[in-house]
Design a protein around this ligand. Structure first.
Ligand code: F6P
Length: 368
């Protein structure tokens, strides 16, 4: 096992979709590594792609100065570069050809003299990291994603900022819905997990919240809108997850990214529902897909603090020689878990989650 004295040089990368707070983690890790432990820090470019292509550069204190509030990632990222299944070309039928290039990564890590790599990412990135660990690359993980769907941590950084962004959007839609007496659907990211929709829907006082974990009944949703209308409520706000699906149906796919290890991109369910609700209720309806606006912008104060604490916890794990672990939040405290235990898993909203109970108690429709 490595310990603080045996570590000399670490790498750091951001993998998967970007989110607010990535730079705050990069800053915390780099500053603590240099100031507290005297390690060299190397920034790996574009996530695992930088390890595959051997693209990295040394980070100085100056490089990470003034980035705390900046959205995105100064290192770049990619959600298409899993070393164990990397698209190396295109077959004659137009389909990508995948290859396991993990050995290339192992070689580059050795060539650059990296004693360990801090991997900042979500479930896809942690699954890739677990495979690198099996090949002897020392890693520690930091949990990020606006989806908040990483296993074994109750909070990922980036989520709280995305909740603020989606809530503000829902609040803005509220005014138009009210002025024009419309049913307005707002489609929120989150893949197969409804955390972002549930939290922003509750925070904005949405009338209907549809999440992937509770397949909806279209009749129930339409009846709810009509009942509100009969009772003199002239509008209805529907917060709908991109992964929501009708009971017995499938999620709506926006696109297939063939060279990505996780190729399905969800999107469009709000537009489908918008048509269906208009036809059945004859109420005026509109749909807004929030999209990548939810991933951008400066992290909120809570995410800046969380990302900094997570970054520091990652350096502490390295210093203590507690490798191959993911920083995690459990019962409001920062702790850590085995990266192997979170690989290839997703944390969805459990049926007995207190927020679902709260939604039902105050008369919201969950489409059930
Ligand atoms: O995982 C983050 C996320 O924004 C999801 O909420 C969304 O489904 C997906 O990434 C979109 O991916 P892309 O940026 O490749 O369109």
């Amino acid at each position: 096992m490595a310990s603080s004295s045996s570590l000399r040089r670490i790498g750091i990368l951001t993998g998967g979709g970007d989110c607010p707070g990535l730079n705050a983690v990069i800053r915390a890790v780099t500053k603590a590594a240099i100031l507290r432990y005297g390690w060299e820090v190397w920034g790996i470019e574009d996530g695992f792609l930088g390890l595959i292509r051997n693209r990295m550069h040394r980070l100085s204190m100056a490089d990470v100065s003034n980035i705390l509030t900046r959205g995105g990632t100064i290192l770049g990222t990619s959600n298409k570069a899993d070393p164990s299944r990397f698209a190396v070309g295109t077959a004659p039928d137009g389909k990508p050809v995948f290859e396991d290039v993990t050995n290339r990564v192992v070689e580059h890590v050795a060539e650059r003299g990296l004693d360990a790599v801090v991997v900042i990412g979500g479930d896809g990135t942690m699954s890739g990291t677990a495979r690198l660990i099996q090949h002897g690359v020392h890693c520690v993980g930091v949990p990020k994603t606006i989806d908040n769907d990483l296993m074994s941590t109750e909070l990922t950084f980036g989520f709280l900022t995305a909740v603020e962004t989606a809530t503000e959007a829902l609040d803005r839609i509220h005014t138009t819905a009210s002025s024009h007496h419309r049913v307005m659907l707002v489609e929120i990211m989150g893949r197969n997990a409804g955390w972002l929709t549930l939290h922003s829907g509750m925070a904005s006082g949405a009338d209907v919240i549809l999440i992937p974990e509770i397949p909806y009944d279209l009749n129930v949703v339409c009846d709810y809108c009509l009942r509100r209308s009969r009772e003199g409520k002239s509008f209805t706000i529907i917060a709908v997850s991109e992964g929501a699906r009708a009971r017995g149906g499938k999620p709506v796919v926006d696109r297939v990214v063939h060279d990505s290890p996780d190729p399905i991109r969800l999107g469009g369910v709000s537009e489908v529902l918008c048509e269906q609700i208009a036809q059945r209720t004859h109420l005026e309806t509109r749909a807004t897909i929030l999209g990548h606006v939810q991933r951008g912008g400066t992290p909120c104060a809570a995410d800046r603090v969380l990302a900094t604490e997570f970054g520091l916890a990652a350096t502490r794990l390295l210093a203590e020689g507690r490798l191959n672990r993911l920083v995690a939040m459990c019962n409001g405290r920062i702790t850590d878990v085995e990266i192997a235990d979170v690989a290839d898993k997703q944390r969805t909203v459990p049926p007995d989650h207190p927020l679902l109970d709260a939604a039902r108690a105050i008369g919201l429709c969950l489409g059930e």
